[in-house]
Design a protein around this ligand. Structure first.
Ligand SMILES: C[S@@+](CC[C@H](N)C(=O)[O-])C[C@H]1O[C@@H](n2cnc3c(N)ncnc32)[C@H](O)[C@@H]1O
Length: 223
């Protein structure tokens, strides 16, 4: 595990509650809710990659035999345990750094990732999709959300927007954050055994008033 990255996430989660992060959702995303209502929905065990404080894991715990939340930060999994207990469900939690995922081949019917892949260094993206292919049972699904700040519509009047503009003027923003995983790049990295069922792009207004561009995709491992 890369110690620096782990410690950085650990510090973030020790100092804040889930709802304090800009990506936070109080309820699971609608695409997950809709997927679980479908007749051909995945079954068996589900894995929430980069589970954070467990909002999606809690829903998965209601619908799967086993729901596992995995995060690089122990403090995130502690918050997730509390959240699941508060919602009257239970799950299992694992502290690990994707793309190294300590589970047997074909262990999961659903892999859910909202914001984990984009936090992984670029040279590990290929390995991530190799693990996705390995861990999914035949017919199993990957539900993937990747996001980045929307520079075109950043609220330049907001405090955050002003800070961003100032940093740009001072030449300090280029190296921040991972390179964007475009839909074309995701398709390139996706193993041929995974078929694309749906893709979408949408904007997300964060609690800080900034806008992020989201890429959403649903993929199924061929039987
Ligand atoms: C953008 S947040 C999203 C959290 C949650 N999925 C949500 O939608 O609210 C990304 C999460 O991934 C975790 N994370 C970052 N890098 C990771 C890695 N390499 N392996 C596992 N988890 C990671 C972070 O601690 C954080 O909880």
């Amino acid at each position: 595990m890369a110690e620096g990255r782990r410690q950085a996430w650990e510090r973030q989660w020790e100092g804040r509650r889930g709802e304090d992060f800009h990506w936070y959702l109080t309820e699971p995303p609608k695409e997950l809710v809709e997927l679980l209502e479908r007749a051909d929905r995945p079954r068996g065990a589900a894995l929430d990659l980069g589970c954070g404080n467990g909002v999606a894991t809690a829903l998965m715990a209601k619908h799967f035999d086993v729901a596992v939340g995995l995060d690089i930060a122990l403090a995130a999994t502690r918050q997730a345990r509390e959240l699941l207990a508060g919602r009257g469900v239970s799950g299992r939690f694992v502290v690990a750094e994707a793309p190294v995922l300590p589970f047997r081949d074909g262990a999961f019917g659903l892999l859910f990732d909202r914001g984990c892949l984009q936090a992984i260094p670029r040279d590990a993206w290929y390995g991530y999709f190799g693990e996705v292919e390995r861990l999914l049972a035949p017919g199993g699904m990957l539900q993937l959300y990747v996001s980045r700040p929307d520079r075109r519509v950043s609220k330049l009047g907001s405090a955050r927007g002003l800070k961003l503009r100032l940093r740009r003027l001072l030449g300090g923003t280029k190296a921040r954050g991972p390179a964007f995983l475009s839909p074309a790049l995701i398709r390139e990295l996706m193993p041929p055994s995974l078929e694309e069922l749906a893709v979408d792009r949408f904007q997300f207004e964060t609690v800080t008033g900034a806008t992020r561009q989201f890429f959403y995709g649903l993929f199924r491992k061929r039987s």
